[in-house]
Design a protein. Structure first.
Length: 140
């Protein structure tokens, strides 16, 4: 197996020993990715694009985070992360709505503080219904 190919590494990822995990190394793909609780798959997600040129635009280095819309299927429920409109084209997308069956049920915002940047981590603050969550990911 070629260790440098993110598509192959995404496909062979089987979760971690504990916690929730997924692997999204190949960020342009609209293919289905698995979500794991420890080493057991319990859901999927995929990336979507509203317009064909969005996918072309993010193929350039440094802009893969633009137009990040995701559809999740977890426990027979479908959730959609939809980018908030009116974001500037030259700015990375930083806010999303969480939609379930056409209803907005939450919100996600990036937490771009110096503390997180210094720790080489990306942090999202999420509100889902009445619950608050923090999602943390190591930067590459």
């Amino acid at each position: 197996m070629d260790r440098t190919d993110p598509t192959k590494r995404d496909g062979t990822f089987c979760g971690l020993d504990a916690g929730y995990a997924s692997r999204l190394g190949e960020r342009l793909s609209t293919g289905v990715k698995q979500i794991y609780r420890a080493d057991v798959a319990f859901g999927t997600y995929r990336r979507t694009f509203h317009k064909p040129w969005h996918r072309w635009f993010i193929a350039f280095p440094k802009v893969e985070g633009f137009f990040l819309n995701l559809v999740f299927d977890v426990s027979n429920q479908q959730f959609q992360l939809v980018e908030k409109p009116n974001q500037r084209l030259w700015r990375n997308q930083t806010e999303w709505w969480i939609e379930e069956r056409g209803e907005t049920v939450g919100e996600i915002k990036t937490d771009n503080t110096f503390r997180h940047a210094a720790a080489f981590s990306e942090v999202l603050q999420m509100t889902y219904r009445t619950e608050q969550y923090q999602i943390r990911s190591s930067k590459l």
